[in-house]
Design a protein around this ligand. Structure first.
Ligand code: GLU
Length: 623
């Protein structure tokens, strides 16, 4: 069901008792053993006009509302809105808008995302699909080079107009605020406007992201002007404003989102995509795209029923297709439900997690794509019967040779271990951001947004201060499924398959217990799943579950493994005893989450180390 962009009247959520979540169903958390600095937040956390970044810490516990993002300025923006009486949705939008300033390579109004909301008043979980869509003129041949008949190299596809989908982020904010916000877009944009005017302080993560993209950014004067001041990456400690984005946000605040989808900004986006503004003398072949003002004017945010599976007595809600996040995390949990992970040693539990992920990925690759274009057997993929059939392929003692074949989600699960022919592997990784918010009424938001690769297409809309996404490279460039149809080839108005997995877990009484999510392309699914297993099965509290070293097995020969596993005794056991092949990866994901500790107590959690550490805050800190 399409939702008209933002013309609905607001159904304001103000009331509703704060949900009190029980944790009785979970394995006991050994919080006392935690070795994490938990410096409490104070009111002075809110951003002032200094050139110092606000302080940040990865964990905050207390009352009245919570925000967890990857960035201290964004968390401060969300907290400011909560303090003034905003809902979790107001806070999520304020934080996301600030991320467009200080995390512009992962998020912004040039991109899209998926928004999951728990409504404390009704107990309902809803989702908004704000995924970028392909232009009406897109075909399956989109990323095939007509000169060679072969798929374009990824980098050539990425840095082009062809990769740019119609952005959905701004429409998502407007729709979410319309439904569940207390303040309008204009008010929620204020902290971000202030941040864009004053500037934020460049940290090492930001500097290194610019450095990795410097050659691309240098080819687009509008991008270079913003992010290569003086011709190179800004030094750590530099204060970087974005007056163009402040002005764009101000125009949106004044005139509404139509200025973006149907007004002058729409004209400029289409012109930029169709004729990418490359610097004189650049040798890069930047292929033009076909996004039109008609595509922008026709964009719709889509409300979709969340995915839900029951796991160890909890209800795990996620994002349905076109994201594969909810279905793949859900299927893997259903597979794992067949095994008592809590009774296993760490290596054995991780082996089960890896094998379940591989099986679920085979099914994701074969069956999941845009449900408005292809037929996705979602109910079957999420059924316990299908998962049980898949689980019989999981050898508790040995890794299966990869890739494993997809299953047959046909409703008949009487045959032993049925598989379909022609397995195929997967690969996609990029950059994104996840934020989690909760308010005093008990409403919760898990929101993952992206412009795809770190730095998106590299193309900034001149004078507007935001980068355009390269989300359409999330389509498969050529068929991947042998003789079976590929669910994720490009097509007109189609939304590329995502891995984003904003997740909300309710307890047996239907009260919120956890909300989590992460960036990381396909690895998102592993990060979310492993965090849930760590928390629900392995006795870790949420800060531990997020910080624990990660593995990712996307139905490929190699399992990506962070150094703490790859270089340690656990890695040795997984390889020598279980037959896995680990491939070192410096880090996987950058998660955030919130846990409801009971009696209105909240714990906001961000990464202590990955991507330079995230930022968690609560409105009224108390241990
Ligand atoms: N474009 C990716 C997806 O939608 C996300 C990229 C990332 O998280 O790094 O799955």
């Amino acid at each position: 069901m399409g939702v008209q962009r933002s013309r609905r009247t607001a159904a304001v959520v103000l009331a509703g008792a704060m949900a009190v979540a029980g944790v009785g169903l979970l394995a006991p958390a050994h919080a006392a053993e935690r070795n994490q600095a938990e410096t409490e937040q104070s009111a002075s956390f809110e951003r002032g006009h200094s050139s110092k970044p606000p302080p940040k810490q990865p964990t905050a516990t207390g009352y009245g509302g919570a925000v967890a993002t990857v960035d201290a300025d964004a968390t401060a923006a969300g907290l400011q809105v909560l303090r003034r009486g905003g809902t979790a949705v107001d806070a999520a939008v304020a934080a996301a808008a600030a991320l467009g300033v200080s995390e512009p390579f992962s998020a912004g109004i040039g991109g899209g995302g998926f928004f999951v909301h728990y409504d404390a008043k009704t107990g309902e979980v809803s989702t908004l699909d704000g995924r970028e869509s392909a232009p009406a003129t897109a075909t399956e041949q989109r990323f095939i080079d007509p000169a060679t008949g072969a798929p374009l190299a990824f980098a050539d596809a990425r840095v082009s107009g062809l990769s740019v989908g119609t952005p959905g982020t701004l429409a998502t904010w407007a729709e979410a605020l319309d439904r569940w916000g207390r303040f309008g877009l204009a008010r929620n944009l204020r902290p971000a406007i202030e941040l864009a005017e004053d500037g934020f302080v460049v940290d090492e993560t930001f500097r290194s992201q610019v450095a990795a993209n410097a050659a691309i950014f240098a080819d687009f004067p509008a991008t270079a002007e913003l992010y290569l001041p003086g011709g190179g990456p800004p030094a750590v400690g530099t204060v970087l404003p974005n007056p163009d984005l402040a002005d764009t946000y101000r125009q949106i605040a004044r005139r509404g989102i139509d200025v973006f989808y149907e007004g002058p900004i729409a004209d400029e986006i289409a012109a930029t995509v169709q004729d990418p503004p490359v610097r004189d003398g650049a040798t890069r072949n930047v292929r033009p795209g076909d996004l039109t003002t008609g595509d922008l004017a026709g964009y719709e945010v889509i409300e979709r029923d969340p995915t839900v599976v029951e796991y160890r007595g909890l209800q795990v809600y996620g994002m349905p297709p076109p994201s594969s996040g909810g279905s793949t995390v859900g299927e893997a949990l259903n597979i794992l439900e067949n095994f008592d992970l809590g009774a296993m040693d760490e290596a054995q539990a991780l082996h089960h997690y890896m094998e379940a992920t591989a099986l679920a990925f085979a099914d994701r690759n074969r069956y999941v794509g845009d449900p408005d274009v292809i037929d996705v057997p979602l109910a079957e993929l999420l059924s316990q019967g299908f998962a049980d059939e898949r689980a019989c392929l999981l050898d508790p003692d040995a890794a299966a040779p990869k890739p494993v074949a997809p299953g047959v989600p046909d409703g008949d699960y009487s045959g032993e271990c049925a598989t379909a022919p022609d397995p195929a592997a997967v690969a996609d990784e990029g950059s994104t951001t996840h934020l989690t918010t909760a308010d005093r009424w008990g409403n919760v938001v898990a929101y993952t947004l992206t412009i795809e690769q770190t730095g998106g297409s590299g193309i900034t809309v001149p004078g507007r201060g935001f980068l355009l996404n390269n989300e359409l490279t999330d389509f498969n460039f050529a068929p991947t499924q042998g003789n079976a149809p590929d669910p994720n080839l490009p097509g007109p108005d189609k939304r590329p398959r995502s891995s984003m997995a904003p997740t909300i877990v309710l307890d047996g009484d239907g009260d919120p217990l956890l909300a989590v999510g992460s960036p990381g392309g396909a690895t998102i699914i592993g990060t979310v799943l492993q965090t849930l297993v760590n928390r629900i099965d392995l006795g870790m509290d949420l800060p531990e579950a997020l910080a624990a070293p990660r593995l990712f097995q996307p139905n490929a020969v190699n399992t990506s493994a962070e150094p703490a596993i790859d270089g340690g005794p656990l890695g040795v056991i997984l390889e020598s005893q279980y037959g896995h092949t680990l491939a070192p990866t410096p880090e996987i994901g950058a998660a955030t989450g919130i846990e409801f500790l009971g009696r209105h107590r909240l714990q906001a959690v961000a990464e202590p180390v990955r991507r330079g550490g995230g930022s968690a805050a609560v409105l009224r800190p108390r241990r």
